[in-house]
Design a protein around this ligand. Sequence first.
Ligand code: ATP
Length: 591
Amino acid sequence: ESYIGPGEGAAQVHQNVTRPKGLSYEERLHKLRLYSLEFRRWSSDLIEVFKMIKGFNRVDTEKLFPLVRESKTRCIILTLQPGHLRYVTQMVEVESPTTLRSLRECEERNRHLLEQVTHQGERCCQLEHQLRSSQETSSQLKYKVRVLYPCLEILQSECLNQRLTTMQPFLRSMKSDYNSLRSQVKSFSQFYEAAIIEAKKQVRAQHRERETHGCFPLSQDLSTHSGTVTILFSGNIRVLCRIKPLIQTDKKEEDTPTPVTLNPANDCRITVLYKARERSFELDKVFIPEATQEVVFEEIEPLVTSCIDGYNICIFAYGQTGSGKTYTMEGETDNPGINQRALRALFKEIETRTGTWSYTVSLNLVEIYNEHLRDLLGKDPQEKLEIKLNPDGSGHLHVPGLTLVEVKRFQDIRKVLALGRKNRVTQSTNMNERSSRSHVLLTVTVSGTEINTDTKTVGKMNLVDLAGSERVWKSGAEGERLKEAQNINKSLLALADVIQALRAKQNHVPFRNSKLTYLLQDSLGKGNKTVMVVQISSLEENVGETMCSLKFAQRVCKVELGPAARRVEATSYIFYLRYRKHLEYFVVRSV
Ligand SMILES: Nc1ncnc2c1ncn2[C@@H]1O[C@H](COP(=O)(O)OP(=O)(O)OP(=O)(O)O)[C@@H](O)[C@H]1O
């Protein structure tokens, strides 16, 4: 007998037992017992024989020999008989603590599952019951519908007929109303035409009277202004988009598709592919990347010249760093941008009015750097200036100590602008090696006097090159650069808030939240003409910033500043002229 393996689950015990073929273990055991009995019997026989030997005489002993021999032989046979029992293999299951624990857990789970099964069974019964009752209700309802449907049809046709009969008189009265309105419109237009003819007669008479008194012809006055009226007064901020062409420093691989696409049939639409989605923007005009400085300026020129007539104008370039704002506003020496072209156009227009009007043009150039205002034309450009309300009670702003340079000829302007450029803070960031970290405002004030009537006009034009609008994290800014970027973001955010307030026509517009918006208050508020040039890059790496700029542009596009107001300093007659849905007024001293 041997014990094999100390395993936790089960142990095996082996016993050696011979196993003749065809007999079971019990049968063999039985046989062995029989052998054993037989052997005992032979042994007892032998003992008896030996007892007899002791008691018998020697002669009889000879007779017993065969008996003894036979016994011996039988003994030998039995001894030689091979053992039948060899091996017994038995499996013994040993119950370990782990097995017991898992058994208990299984039993617990089993109990829980049984409970669930019982619960589900009950629920099933309930649902079956509900289903049966719903089926009953449904068949009852179906029956009712079948019964009621013909009644409904009858009712509907009756009701329709009834309504038609009540509508007929109403329709008849509407028709007669319409006819009477038509005749009223007809008679009104006849009356209106007669009134126009009468008004024209009166104007002509006034005209003749003016000429006999040596006054400037009225038609000339009006035609000068009406020319500007037609082109410009849309009432909304105009938004133009300029795409920067690829330049040498742009790292774009050949044939890489650009995320920005234009519609050749519609120059107001631009589409950007961003995060696998196409997004379209409708602006006032989108320039192709190849658009020249002339083409861009042509779009703005009429607005610029209206400054001479006493309108406040604001043109600002917005966009991420390196997207071409400075290129558009300042341009290059041999290819100037909006600033110089605008001033040239002003002087050209002033020249055409020589003899009737006299004008003075003065400039100031300021920079807003880290929320500090600095005079770029002053003796000390490091001096910080403050914006104050004008003490004359007009509500206009002024900056005490700001240098105002009067320019007589266009040729003088280059020198003034060059001085300003020298004083401007330019620093380098990762985004653009010639990156400007400040907002620059060139303000042109045009004061005019009509020689004959002494009517005075004052127009102001703000030309703004905003700092880059990129988000702080992308510029890789740290320390002083981070502070700059945060201030730029703050002032651009304030600009966005102002735009939002104007768009929502709020009573309070938060102009004072930053130096930039405070300074632009005169030009961004109601009654001004504003153009925003949004600069974008067509490179894939800048697509996020391009989306931000275009979203801002789309918001700006919807801002209504209302009809532009002209600043004329004369107490005379005011003509109101409604032209293309906009109300415009003209002030003249005598008619
Ligand atoms: N339309 C264009 N045609 C040719 N070159 C351009 C154009 N627009 C921009 N560039 C060039 O791209 C570079 C960056 O332009 P620019 O300095 O005007 O960007 P910016 O938006 O003013 O940057 P910052 O925010 O730093 O002021 C310049 O070298 C400029 O000459």
